[in-house]
Design a protein around this ligand. Structure first.
Ligand code: GDD
Ligand code: MG
Length: 353
């Protein structure tokens, strides 16, 4: 059995972070995001290969993930010549599939039990099964209505406010039978959400819903990306990162160096090879990427810092995302919501008000 990760989107909502780093490999703590998804797939005994469906910066993803040695499952890369949309991308990988297939959006952080999902699909003898998550704001997602027997009766991508009839949305995780791909034209842009799912309902194909009540988050916006780190630090999401964070204690990688007078306010994460100078304050909810340097008396809270960035002495960083190799000048004050791309430099005393 194959698992397909749809990982070819441009990640526009996460720019400027995704200009150099495609969304599937943005780090969650010290690990590329898609490893969290592959961890889930590994728990399905039948899956023998992960197919990464790509088109945006595929070589960068390949350079990080390789043949899957670290991921623990063989990886096949399938690169579209041009973006074909979610449905076109699935059609494009069809030659590599063998029967029942798991398909995943490349940006959802969850703890779903995929083996139970596949079992549900088989028990229902479904042609397609879709995972639903309950959310407060369905307008940003695909709205899915179901009947009392758990069959999908309507799929509406990005509904207008007046079209919202329920709170269950498409969680971006499916089990599909490839013989239903007959309706998808080859080498053509095609949306699985706007065309394939509605067509299943129209044709009366057995289309089952599987409601996931556990943790679920689409990490595709800066706010959501920070939320993912907060949730792992708070153990609301129990992925490997959460285990690293320990029971409310600060987590410090073995080879990081933290001055005795620095204050680590739990929960927080100090990545490998980082240096925290005297009187600096880290946390709560600060994540320092590998090799970062926090100079004396700087303060970092509710912020994710990517590797090798330097926060100057006395600077205050709150509610931000700081890309790789950035330099925040001394005594700069960063207000919530700032997202700095790789290699940004802020002059000392910069302030946002
Ligand atoms: N290979 C390939 N080619 N992948 C693509 C393409 C493409 O042309 N376009 C998008 N993708 C991938 C993205 O990389 C992402 O992993 C996934 O498909 C979904 O695209 P997003 O751009 O993140 O869509 P969304 O978040 O607005 O909406 C989707 O996800 C929601 C759940 O998070 C939809 O599936 C919604 O129905 C769903 O509710
Ligand atoms: Mg998304």
């Amino acid at each position: 059995m194959k698992a397909v990760l749809l990982a070819g989107g441009l990640g526009t909502r996460l720019r400027p972070l995704t200009l150099n780093t495609p969304k599937p490999i943005v780090p969650i703590f010290d690990r590329p995001f898609l490893y969290h998804q592959i961890d889930l797939v590994k728990r399905v005994p039948d899956v023998d290969e992960v197919i990464l469906s790509l088109n945006y910066h595929p070589q960068r993803i390949q350079a990080v993930v390789g043949r899957g040695e670290d991921a623990g499952l063989p990886i096949r890369y399938v690169v579209e010549p041009e973006p074909l949309g979610t449905g076109g991308a699935i059609k494009f990988v069809e030659p590599y599939l063998e029967g029942t297939t798991i398909v995943f959006n490349g940006d959802v952080l969850t703890e779903i039990d995929l083996a139970a999902l596949v079992e549900h699909h088989r028990a229902r003898r479904a042609r397609a099964t879709i995972v639903l998550a309950p959310v407060d704001d369905p307008a940003r997602y695909g709205l899915v209505e179901t009947d009392d027997d758990g069959n999908v009766t309507r799929f509406l991508e990005k509904p207008d406010p007046e079209q919202i009839t329920c709170n269950t949305i498409n969680a971006g995780i499916y089990v599909l039978e490839p013989d239903t791909f007959d309706r998808i034209p080859a080498n053509t842009r095609y949306s699985i959400e706007r065309r394939y799912f509605p067509s299943l309902v129209e044709r009366g194909d057995a289309f089952a819903a599987y409601i996931e009540h556990g943790y679920w988050l689409d990490i595709g916006t800066p706010a959501a990306y920070r939320q993912a780190h907060r949730d792992i630090l708070d153990a609301r999401c129990r992925t490997r990162g959460a285990m690293l964070a320990g029971a409310g204690k600060p987590t410090v990688a073995g080879d990081a160096s933290v001055a005795p007078t620095a204050r680590l306010l739990a929960p927080c994460f100090v990545g490998p090879g980082s240096t925290v100078h005297p009187d600096a304050e880290i946390g709560p909810h600060a994540v320092l990427g590998g090799g970062s340097v926090i100079e004396s008396a700087a303060s970092v809270r509710d912020t994710v810092i990517w590797p090798e960035s330097v926060i100057g002495a006395g600077a205050t960083v709150d509610g931000a995302i700081v890309g790789r190799r950035c330099r925040i000048g001394e005594h700069a004050r960063i207000a919530p919501g700032l997202v700095l791309g790789d290699d940004s430099t802020l002059t000392p005393y910069t302030r946002f008000e």
